[in-house]
Design a protein around this ligand. Structure first.
Ligand SMILES: [Zn+2]
Length: 118
């Protein structure tokens, strides 16, 4: 029996690949090592089936995170330019308003509005 088994079994992968579903099931009943291997595969397959929705959910989440991140980058790039320009304008205005001329400071000036030193 054992010797016959060894002769007919070419290993689980080979049997799984080359036998028809019917012959494969028959072989599993006859071959201990293949039936053990098949049990393992069934467990792995069940695990994969179980994990599938979780993996899909993960992929969906990472897609959402990525698109939100992309939106932020685009929004920031779009908004930061006018904000930067406005910032420059505000700074210019503040400096222009606060920079008093020598005349405004009550200092002696010449006809050109420049500081007059005797
Ligand atoms: Zn086998």
């Amino acid at each position: 029996m054992n010797k016959k088994q060894e002769k007919t079994c070419n290993g689980y992968e080979a049997m799984f690949t080359f036998l028809s579903e019917e012959d494969f099931q028959k072989h599993l009943r006859e071959c201990e090592s293949c039936s053990k291997e098949h049990e393992k595969m069934q467990k792995i397959s069940a695990l994969i089936q179980e994990a599938k929705p979780y993996i899909k959910e993960k992929q969906k989440q990472s897609k959402i995170v990525k698109s939100v991140a992309a939106c932020f980058v685009i929004a920031f790039a779009t908004l930061s330019i006018p904000i930067y320009m406005a910032g420059v304008n505000v700074y210019d205005n503040l400096v222009a308003q606060n920079a008093l001329t020598a005349q405004e400071l009550g200092l002696p000036v010449d006809e050109y509005g420049l500081l007059y030193v005797e």
